[in-house]
Design a protein around this ligand. Sequence first.
Ligand SMILES: CCCC/C=C/CC(=O)SCCNC(=O)CCNC(=O)[C@H](O)C(C)(C)COP(=O)(O)OP(=O)(O)OC[C@H]1O[C@@H](n2cnc3c(N)ncnc32)[C@H](O)[C@@H]1OP(=O)(O)O
Length: 275
Amino acid sequence: MLRRLILSRNNTFINCRYASQSMVQTTVDEKSGIATVTMNKSPVNSLNLEFLDEIKTELNKLEKDKVKGMMLTSGLQKIFSAGLDITEFYNPNPDRLSKFWSTLQDTWLTLYKTPFPTAAIINGHSPAGGCLFAMSCDYRIMVGPKYTIGLNETKLGIVAPKWFIDTMVAVIGQRKAEISLTTGKMYTTDEALHIGLIDESVPDVNTALTQGNLFLNNFQRISPWAYKMTKDITRQSTVQWLIDNKQKDLDFVVTYLQSAEVQKSLGLYLQSLKK
Ligand SMILES: CCCC/C=C/CC(=O)SCCNC(=O)CCNC(=O)[C@H](O)C(C)(C)COP(=O)(O)OP(=O)(O)OC[C@H]1O[C@@H](n2cnc3c(N)ncnc32)[C@H](O)[C@@H]1OP(=O)(O)O
């Protein structure tokens, strides 16, 4: 792991941490203590086993380093994250599929439960797992107007797991989540703002980062203990369900994803992507 100090746009020193060939780059502003975690896995930040593992490790490090906040963003031109890497569950190796899904569960729990405030800087398309990660942050700022966001699983012929659904319900409410999920709707930035899936729409990534810092800096005046307890209580039922049902969720997903019907739908969807 390499570390170096670089001078930021506002002339404060930023502590940079990156490993060679890393898919995740992190900078920490020394003055504010706010980290920026940049996902950088070409071509579309699809979340495979190794990438998820890196994101989880990075979040755990930030917790250990006691950062004051974190922005999650993408280093790619027009994609925040294409969601789960479909090649992990199309014609999968069952052992790897199990590892992949457990790692997804753990990464999501780590992100959803961070003891520090988080903001998603959605600087590109954000379908399915990409939307899940954005919704798991405390605040969402999306660069408009060209990109889309949503849980589109039904469009792939698959069903979003309960904890994906509960995360969406927590953000936009039962009725809107039900319509979004059953139709697999991908929302434009304006639509996402209208239904409350994002909190702000901004014209460019620099403005998004400025707004993200503004949001996170609010917490300098809030007791970290009060913040964390409140977040834990608010998110308790969704988190506890997964903790109590990890193995059941894993068993279901591994069996379900390998069924002939799902494999057929995924094959057709992948083909349509290649076209
Ligand atoms: C109970 C089980 C629940 C399982 C839950 C699953 C949740 C998920 O997250 S499923 C994944 C859902 N994701 C999507 O539907 C996104 C699909 N991708 C896109 O819509 C587009 O690729 C994009 C808008 C993200 C980007 O478009 P762009 O035109 O820039 O790039 P493409 O030419 O489409 O893609 C480049 C390259 O990447 C491959 N690819 C895209 N998305 C994925 C993905 N999610 N997993 C794996 N691979 C992906 C795409 O096929 C292209 O590959 P080639 O270069 O080889 O053609």
